[in-house]
Design a protein around this ligand. Structure first.
Ligand SMILES: Nc1ncnc2c1ncn2[C@@H]1O[C@H](COP(=O)(O)OP(=O)(O)OP(=O)(O)O)[C@@H](O)[C@H]1O
Length: 263
């Protein structure tokens, strides 16, 4: 887990964001390295959501620096972050239930037909979108969803999560951020989503996983960023710390220094 000499794909330094008098993140650091699943854990209100919102352009930090591939970036909105290659899947999923899987895959980035002179027409290129959607889903092993024309509202929670993750993975060229992807799912559906996340990593896309589910975090994360009281407390290796010690660090029952002395 040594990243000596490797440049983080996404990095933040001294980020700060307050909402009125509430300081959500302060002096917060963050590093995501190529090819890894980085879990971000922390108690309620620790500032995890605000941190990822800052990284994905949903909030503008008051201070601090964000670097993508070593270059300073500032995102005016989520679209700007998406254009830079950072895709985020929030718990609400942002799918349109009445639309088909294929239409949802291309929501907001529809492909239009071109005219004889190569000009864009208003008409959507449905066959092309369906073809690409089918390819993207099958690449990620999601072809248990047989019918690309099926409305998303007819899918199970896990399948919907699968479509949202697949869409983000298909278009996220640099980073995929997942906010509680298994929170609303049962055991079997969670399993499928965890396998999908591992598949996305194996295809080379680094992933930020925000989760309260410690067994899921310990199963798939390469490193765990522990967020506490508005900032990163430490980063731990799930192979060399117990789940209960990680939770103790997260809640303040243990300090990183005490944890290191015990190791
Ligand atoms: N839009 C907002 N307006 C006012 N306060 C906010 C807003 N968003 C977050 N906060 C506050 O900022 C602090 C950090 O919240 P944040 O949602 O980032 O924490 P979190 O670690 O993601 O928590 P949880 O695990 O409960 O989702 C909290 O005190 C929260 O009440």
């Amino acid at each position: 887990m040594s990243h000596l000499g490797t440049q983080p794909v996404l990095r933040a330094r001294n980020l700060r964001k307050s909402y009125g008098r509430v300081v959500a993140i302060d002096n917060a650091d963050f590093d995501l390295y190529p090819g890894e699943i980085l879990a971000v854990i922390g108690d309620n209100g620790a500032g995890k959501s605000t941190l990822i919102k800052a990284l994905s352009g949903a909030v503008t930090p008051d201070a601090g620096e964000i670097l993508l591939d070593g270059k300073p970036v500032s995102f005016a909105n989520p679209q700007a972050a998406r254009d830079a290659g950072i895709e985020t899947v929030y718990q609400q999923l942002a799918l349109s239930p009445a639309l088909s899987i294929a239409d949802n895959m291309f929501l907001g980035r529809e492909i239009r037909r071109t005219g004889p002179l190569g000009q864009w027409l208003r008409m959507l290129d449905k066959p092309k979108m369906r073809k690409i959607a089918r390819e993207k889903l099958s690449e990620l092993g999601l072809m248990t969803i047989q019918n690309i024309d099926q409305a998303v509202e007819t899918l199970s929670g896990g399948q919907r999560q699968g479509v949202a993750v697949a869409r983000a993975a298909a278009f996220g060229s640099k980073v995929l951020i997942l906010d509680e992807p298994t929170a609303a799912l049962g055991v079997k559906e969670s399993r499928k989503v965890l396998d999908l996340i591992l598949e996305v990593r194996s295809r080379g896309l680094p992933i930020v996983l925000i989760s309260h589910n410690m067994p899921h975090v310990f199963e798939i994360a390469d490193r765990i960023h522990i967020h506490r009281l508005s900032k990163r407390l430490c980063v731990v290796d799930p192979k060399s710390i117990s789940m209960s010690d990680a939770v103790a660090l997260m809640t303040g029952a243990k300090t990183p220094e005490a944890e290191m002395m015990a190791a």
